[in-house]
Design a protein around this ligand. Structure first.
Ligand code: ADP
Ligand code: MG
Length: 233
């Protein structure tokens, strides 16, 4: 897939003055006046200490959490104005998630795990299956299609989780510590896969990572501190 140059520069994420406060007395300010713009095709790392607000930011980007104040526009949609149905629709159509815990369904095969995730309205079972197989081949799991998740290594499970996130062809892929549970060789190949997805398919990626080496290979690093963006370079 190629992207026309105008849309590379179009923002997919625009946050202005976003706050997220949890609880009362004491309240925890997890996001404090966050301004963030991410343009199509970018590959952005979010770094910062534990508790600095990285996951809250990612969950908010992913419409899994809602700002207490401020504005968040996703792909031109003012998310505060959306009904629950539209929100879910936008999430299904535009977003893919990869978490540190892979959340695979243990009783289903690799291919079924990916097929279940795709939001292919009206697509037939066989076309969903072939789309799942195509994306599994892309992540290097073409030889493990019928395996059970329990038969896979940690790196392979993470690849299934990535394939599942890609099944709906998201414009924005969000990943929270995707290499956190992987050994360094597996983590390297996972990073290469993310670079490939970003380059070849133009998928915008925002990844929370503790891995300094990984972050330093990315063109843009957003550093969080106490719920604020402390640096963006
Ligand atoms: P990070 O991912 O950088 O470790 P988080 O975004 O998970 O940070 O958390 C930021 C702050 O918000 C922390 O102080 C955390 O305890 C608090 N927090 C996060 N989620 C919740 C929640 N659901 N309820 C209460 N406090 C929360
Ligand atoms: Mg976190």
């Amino acid at each position: 897939m190629t992207w026309p140059s105008a849309s590379i520069a179009r923002p997919i994420v625009e946050m202005r003055g976003v706050r997220r406060v949890f609880g009362t007395e004491p309240e925890v300010v997890a996001l404090d006046e966050v301004d963030l713009t991410v343009r199509r095709g970018e590959f952005v790392a979010i770094v910062g200490r534990s508790g600095s607000g990285k996951s809250t930011l990612l969950n908010t980007l992913g419409l899994m959490d809602t700002p207490s104040a401020g504005a968040y526009h996703l792909d031109g949609h003012d998310t505060a104005a959306l009904s629950a149905v539209h929100r879910a629709g936008l999430r299904g159509a535009r977003l893919g998630f990869v978490f540190q815990a892979f959340h695979l369904v243990p009783s289903r095969s690799v291919t079924e795990n990916v097929t279940m995730a795709g939001m292919y309205a009206g697509a037939t079972r066989s076309s969903r299956r072939s789309a799942a197989i195509e994306v599994l081949e892309r992540v290097g799991l073409g030889h493990r299609l019928d395996a059970a998740p329990s038969a896979l290594s940690g790196g392979e499970r993470q690849r299934v989780a990535i394939a599942r996130a890609l099944a709906s062809r998201p414009a924005l892929l969000l990943a929270d510590e995707p290499t956190g549970n992987l050994d360094s060789a597996t983590s390297d190949s996972m990073q290469a896969l993310f670079f490939d997805i970003n380059k070849k398919h133009g998928t915008t990626i925002v990844v929370v990572t503790h891995d300094v080496e990984f972050a330093c290979r990315l063109p843009r690093i957003v550093s969080m501190k106490d719920g604020k963006i402390a640096a963006d370079e």
